[in-house]
Design a protein around this ligand. Structure first.
Ligand code: GDD
Ligand code: MN
Length: 386
């Protein structure tokens, strides 16, 4: 049993100082990392549950809060003032579940870390069993809804359940991952295993477990334990469609061995929407303004390039968004880059079509691919340079 120290009662100028029980002075074996965004009402309850279930273990909990407007971090720090096993990192100017988990894990010195939701959906009574498995030699223990004995519970809509199953199937197919529940946000791992791949992890999106497993050079010795996914205690889910898009991006990026950056995929998606905009603008100028085809094409190209620029500035480069004078300058350089890209496209496509006789589809595709890569790489250095 670790020594327990009590603060002394002192009297400073008559003002009584409260007697505070200082927690055992032992370094934690287990850090529970809990990412939070707007979870104010759940934090005290989770701490109570952890305290009850981890009585035999030297533990700490690290809340990583992205400056929640409801003051979640304030609630967590209030508890820390009474209980040093509770810590809170308040991150400002950043958002993202995966990034928050990574920072929490890297802030810890405990040999073992766990990640779980703040909303009591993850069954905390599984933690001692998970730690048992780690002590017995496992490197990773995953709380799974899909092994014998586990279940999704009632907290999930049909659409979410379908989405989750599809995402799991894709991960297994493309990343060769044979976890039953790679989407799980509830797992425990030896900290050194995360430290080893910390550089390769994506801080966007939700899929931290999948990312760690896919990034590990050697397969991790893994145990899966069943649990029942409970209903959310208070507040609402933060998983939205942008998260789904980011997940697909992560999947492709990892599948390509990190060669294809997530940003390029976003750029491609924006480009695809630009094609639609181009066609609509062409139709409008031909019919409503009765322009010649050449003029119509010209107008449509300018409209589509402007559209692409705006969307890329808003989404693809949201971390380096251009404003004011740089916005205007960026738009002009983007026009130049895309125009050169178009010339390159035509050069490659006609060259293949005429000289190698590939047929129109392959030639057209190669031309488009060429200009996409060109536009992306050149605009990354000219338009949205760091
Ligand atoms: N710091 C931080 N920043 N925390 C976040 C953010 C963010 O941008 N977004 C969400 N969180 C926190 C939430 O406050 C919660 O504690 C936890 O991350 C999970 O978010 P939820 O909003 O509760 O996600 P969910 O319940 O819909 O999704 C859960 O189930 C999925 C399985 O399908 C999560 O456990 C996922 O990780 C899991 O993949
Ligand atoms: Mn949740």
């Amino acid at each position: 049993m670790p020594p327990i120290r009590f603060a002394k009662v002192v009297h400073l100028m008559e003002a009584p100082v409260h007697v505070v029980a200082v927690a055992p002075l032992v370094a934690p074996e287990l850090s529970v990392v809990v990412p939070t965004f707007r979870e104010r009402a759940n934090v005290p309850e989770l701490v109570r549950l952890l305290e009850a279930t981890l009585a035999e273990i030297a533990w700490e909990v690290i809340f990583v809060d992205d400056d929640s407007p409801d003051g979640t971090w304030r609630v967590a720090k209030e508890i820390s003032r009474r209980d040093p096993r509770v810590r809170c990192i308040r991150r400002v100017g950043r958002r993202g579940l995966a990034g928050a988990c990574i920072e929490g894990i890297l802030s810890s010195a405990a040999p073992v870390v766990a990640v779980m939701d703040a909303d009591l959906q993850h069954d905390e009574t599984l933690l001692p069993k998970m730690l048992g498995a780690i002590r017995d030699g496992a490197e990773l223990v995953v709380g799974s809804r899909y092994v014998e004995g586990g279940s999704q519970g009632d907290g999930f809509s049909k659409v979410r359940a379908w989405g989750s199953e599809t995402a799991t199937a894709l991960a297994r197919r493309f990343l060769d991952i044979d976890l039953s529940d790679p989407m799980s946000g509830f797992f425990m791992i030896r900290r050194e295993k995360v430290e080893a791949v910390a550089d390769d992890l994506s801080s966007e999106g939700f899929k931290i477990l999948l990312d760690i497993v896919a990034s590990s050079p050697e397969p991790l010795k893994t145990v899966e334990l069943p649990f029942t996914f409970r209903e959310r205690h208070a507040g609402e889910s933060k998983l939205d469609s942008l998260v789904t898009a980011e997940y697909l991006g992560l999947l492709f990026s990892k599948f390509s061995g990190g060669v294809v950056p997530v940003r390029f995929l976003m750029f491609l998606a924006v480009g695809a929407s630009g094609i639609l905009v181009h066609l609509v603008a062409l139709k409008v100028s031909l019919h409503a303004f009765d322009s010649t085809f050449a003029w119509g094409e010209f107008v449509a190209s300018v409209v589509a390039m402007t559209w692409n620029f705006l969307l890329n500035n808003q989404l693809t480069y949201r971390d380096r968004r251009l404003t004011g004078v740089s916005f205007v300058w960026g738009l002009l350089t983007f026009y130049v880059v895309c125009s050169v890209g178009t010339i390159a496209n035509m050069g490659v496509a006609t060259g293949l079509f005429e000289m190698v006789d590939t047929g129109p589809w392959i030639a057209g595709f190669a031309g488009a691919a060429m200009s996409a890569v060109f536009n992306y790489t050149v605009s990354a250095t000219l338009t949205w340079r760091k």
